[in-house]
Design a protein around this ligand. Structure first.
Ligand code: SAM
Length: 404
């Protein structure tokens, strides 16, 4: 007699197998179901992994980084489309031994960057297609820096007697690079590293599932023209100041597309070296400025800080906020886009990794309670904290505050 009771775990395994054999049927990244399935699968994997398999994955994680960086060195992603995607031809185009190419491609296929439909024949995936673009390859180049910092982490923490290393000099970055400079100061003399960092930033903005454009558009369309510098014979009202906005590619694109154009002045601020060669066009004013100094633009409707404060300790954040608050008027608002760690624990691996990565600058990710405290101490009243994209678990949060 056979046991007719359906085994739910077997049914789950069959469903997962069917889904992974037909990746084309999975919902696209823009679909809310996509992030739900991804989130659940990651948690399932964590639950299923044995201690041994987890340790082996952790121990071997740097291999993927090394292979990806080697692939960049031989310009694999640029050369892939220049001829037949066979091992022999690809090896010839990249100028390396075919046996070595097979080993590198095996690893890249194993981690889902390419596929290998038959032995020695390779095909693109959306991931390898993405790495054909230089700005996205900067993320791979940036892995070397993360590896340098994380190798130095235990010695750095020991040097600080295992106290939380905020407001210490040098930061983890300075410790690992044997310099007293902050990373941003160090970049001044390292154009290549500065370019990698800038490309890394635009890559993460471009690849983000919760796209920045709709949010920026909402900031630019919403403002009611009411600040005191909006008089017919006075200077034009400032709608938005993107403080530490990098090279402003997304902002410029959005401003350019808006029809009718944004109401008032749009200002892009960052350090002078970062803004070198940046043209704002008709709609964006490019303004070199350090947020450690008093904010020169008074009474703007919105002061936007995206991915800024997590780079800095509470003391420096307080200083930046003080410089901004002094320029704000009752009609002004400060808008922060950053992660918010859950107050009750249960942060995602990504959020936890990002928090530790921020030690490089003396910065940190913050819980909602920490954000509220830091804003209140700066004389600001929180008006809203909500996800940038409610459908994507772990999305950045938008925090809006006005004068108390
Ligand atoms: C993590 S990036 C975020 C860039 C941009 N807001 C975005 O969301 O893509 C931090 C930015 O802060 C800028 N920055 C660092 N120190 C600064 C300072 N003292 N004044 C102004 N900008 C600064 C960096 O040049 C960099 O563009």
């Amino acid at each position: 007699m056979t046991d007719e009771t359906p085994n739910p775990m077997l049914a789950l395994a069959l469903q997962l197998e069917a889904a992974s054999n037909n990746p084309g049927q999975l919902p696209p990244a823009s679909d809310a179901l996509h992030s739900r399935i991804l989130d659940a699968t990651r948690k399932l994997l964590t639950g299923l992994e044995t201690p041994e398999s987890q340790l082996m994955h952790l121990a071997k994680a740097p291999v993927a980084h090394g292979v990806l960086r080697a692939a960049l060195r031989i310009r694999l992603f640029e050369r892939f489309d220049e001829g037949p995607p066979t091992a022999t031809d690809l090896a010839r185009r990249c100028g390396i031994d075919v046996a070595l190419l097979v080993r590198l491609m095996r690893t890249l296929a194993a981690i889902g960057i390419f596929t290998e439909p038959s032995p020695g024949l390779y095909a693109h995936t959306i991931k390898s297609q993405t790495l054909r673009q230089a700005e996205h390859r900067a993320v791979v180049q940036g892995m070397a820096e993360t590896a340098t910092l994380m190798t130095a982490l235990p010695d750095f923490l020991q040097t600080h007697h295992w106290q939380d290393p905020v407001d210490v000099q040098p930061t983890l970055f300075g410790f690992a690079h044997k310099t007293d400079q902050t990373m941003f100061e160090w970049f001044e003399s390292q154009p290549e590293q500065r370019a990698i960092f800038a490309a890394f930033q635009s890559s993460t903005a471009a690849l983000a599932v919760c796209q920045l454009e709709p949010f920026l558009r909402s900031l630019l369309i919403a403002p009611s023209p009411s600040s005191s510098n909006d008089s017919s014979d006075g200077p034009r009202e400032v709608t938005l100041v993107d403080v530490g906005g990098g090279r402003g590619a997304v902002l410029r694109q959005v401003c350019h597309e808006l029809d009718p154009p944004p109401h008032g002045r749009i200002v892009l601020q960052d350090l002078p070296k970062v803004l070198e060669g940046v043209e704002g066009g008709e709609r964006v004013e490019v303004m070199p400025y350090s947020f450690l100094d008093p904010q020169p633009v008074h009474g703007a409707h919105t002061y936007l800080f995206r991915h800024i404060f997590h780079n800095w300790s509470d003391g420096v954040v307080a200083k930046i906020l003080q410089n901004t608050v002094a320029a704000m008027e009752p009609t002004s608002r400060l808008v922060i886009v950053d992660l918010v760690l859950p107050d009750g624990g249960g942060a995602s691996p990504y959020a936890a990794f990002l928090d530790v990565s921020m030690m490089a600058f003396g910065g940190m990710e913050r819980t909602e309670a920490q954000w509220r405290k830091i804003l209140k101490n700066a004389g600001l009243q929180v008006r809203r904290i909500e996800p940038l994209d409610a459908l994507t678990p772990g999305s950045d949060q938008v925090m809006e505050a006005g004068l108390l």
